[in-house]
Design a protein around this ligand. Structure first.
Ligand code: PLP
Length: 449
């Protein structure tokens, strides 16, 4: 148990602030950390400690913590017009410009964008859009939402119901009508003797069975992250999205790509769906959309969904939904700059060039007898901890927590997720910083095992 002096930042934090998603025994034992500033991929705390943040904040700070252009874009827009909404027939010029730019960089030649403050709200918004369209189209029973085991789509009541994590049971979630299919994790879910292609075929068959059992006329949409992120960085098995989309198309069910993590470069392309070669009906975006410099999410509708929504709006001439800060002009100005930073300052190329180096460095570390699987793509990787003899630490999540805590002691922040430790650094990471990440991770693993 760590105690802090009475007027310290840490004591004040403990007195007044609440944590979300935090293992509280770890904090009690290790003490509260109050962070004051950042430089490149590093953050600093009130005790002067420096950490290399291989989490990029929470996947979002893709250009590091001190990109001057992003701060300047925010400042210029704060000076010009500090805040507004996108309602009542008025929206800011920045909102217009961003919407146009998002469709320009989308997989479609036309479409429409709706803004939120977060990824959770963007998923929630799209579910409401699907329900709204279903009712307007005379199919009010089309309400069920399909997602996958271990998926993470957010924390609002709807997006938490889409999230297939056992911790949501404490809220009595999921709500009815949210169906979780098998997680597409071949290493964990593949059966003895089953090839990756056979695994994919089994998941597509499961999807078809669920659609037939529930009735296609009760299903509003299928949401999937191209690579499951908070599920522990799980890239899809071979041919997965093609097989799933073929089934969905047959039954007229939209495929929605939740690109909150994958979007804007994490997999080495602007979209994860580009990396895995499929064109979704809609995209959910957030995080790197503003390089983490402003909280914002976006629902991007492809041509068919945009037309369906418009047709549903026409009879009542309104879509009765939105957030006070939907389309906030500062957020939009920052997002416009963030897209330029990713596309024009070479960050996509940096991820493509660095991904091989990252895989190589992590593969050397993954030779450790207590690492069962290394998986990932681009700048999102996970090392799965196992017992010696490669049997999983079933039920024991403390092992990844111990690795992550030991990394923190060595000045490296990484994320424990299930039995995995996840590394998803900013795209601006230099080779030297990447080596530092490997060294610290390796030292921590050697200490834990
Ligand atoms: N969707 C995915 C794939 C995410 O990873 C997250 C957050 O990590 C969300 C949605 C929710 O976004 P937010 O935390 O901004 O509500």
């Amino acid at each position: 148990m760590t105690t802090h002096s009475p007027n310290s930042w840490e004591a004040r934090a403990e007195a007044h602030a609440l944590y979300g998603f935090t293992d509280l025994p770890s904090v009690r034992e290790r003490g509260t950390v109050v962070v004051t500033h950042g430089e490149g991929p590093y953050i600093f705390d009130t005790q002067g400690r420096k950490y290399l943040d291989s989490n990029s904040g929470l996947w979002n700070m893709v250009a590091g913590f001190d990109h001057p252009g992003l701060a300047e874009a925010a400042k210029a827009q704060y000076d010009r017009f500090p805040g507004y909404h996108a309602f009542f027939g008025r929206m800011s010029d920045q909102t217009v410009a961003l919407s146009e730019r998002l469709i320009e960089v989308s997989p479609w030649d036309r479409g429409k964008v709706f803004y939120t403050n977060s990824g959770s709200e963007a998923n929630d918004t799209l579910v409401k859009m699907l329900w709204f369209m279903g009712r307007a189209e005379g199919t009010p029973a089309k309400r069920k939402i399909l997602t996958r085991g271990n998926a993470y789509h957010g924390v609002t009541a709807v997006s938490a119901s889409m999230t297939a994590k056992p911790y949501n049971e404490v809220f009595g979630l999921p709500l009815d009508g949210f169906i979780h299919l098998t997680c597409p994790h071949y290493w964990r879910e593949g059966m003895e003797g089953e090839s990756e292609a056979e695994f994919t075929a089994r998941l597509a068959a499961e999807l078809e069975e669920v659609i037939n059992r529930e009735g296609a006329d009760t299903i509003a949409g299928f949401f999937a992250e191209p690579v499951l992120g908070a599920g522990g960085v799980i890239p899809p098995p071979e041919g997965y999205f093609q097989a799933m989309q073929a089934v969905l198309r047959k039954h007229g069910i939209p495929l929605i790509s939740d690109e909150v993590i994958c979007g804007f470069g994490r997999t080495g392309n602007i979209w994860g769906c580009e990396t895995y070669d499929f064109v979704p009906d809609a995209i959910i975006s957030s995080k790197a959309l503003t390089a983490g410099y402003f909280p914002m999410g976006a629902v991007m509708l492809g041509p068919e969904m945009a037309d369906r929504l418009q047709a549903a709006i026409d009879p009542i001439e309104e879509f009765p939904h939105g957030f006070t800060a939907s389309g906030h002009p500062v957020g939009c100005a920052v997002a416009l700059k963030a897209i330029d930073v990713v596309l024009e300052e070479g960050l996509l190329e940096a991820v493509r060039a660095g991904a091989g180096r990252m895989e190589q460095g992590l593969r050397a570390i993954a030779a450790h007898p207590n690492i069962g699987e290394l998986r990932g793509i681009g700048y999102m990787w996970a090392l799965e901890a196992v017992r010696e003899g490669k049997t999983p630490f079933e039920g024991d999540l403390s092992v990844s927590e111990r690795i992550a805590n030991t990394c923190t002691d060595h000045g490296l922040i990484c994320r424990p997720l299930g039995q995995s430790v996840v590394l998803c650094p900013p795209f601006t990471l230099t080779d030297g910083q990447m080596d530092e990440m490997f060294e610290k991770l390796d030292a921590a693993l050697r200490k834990v095992f």
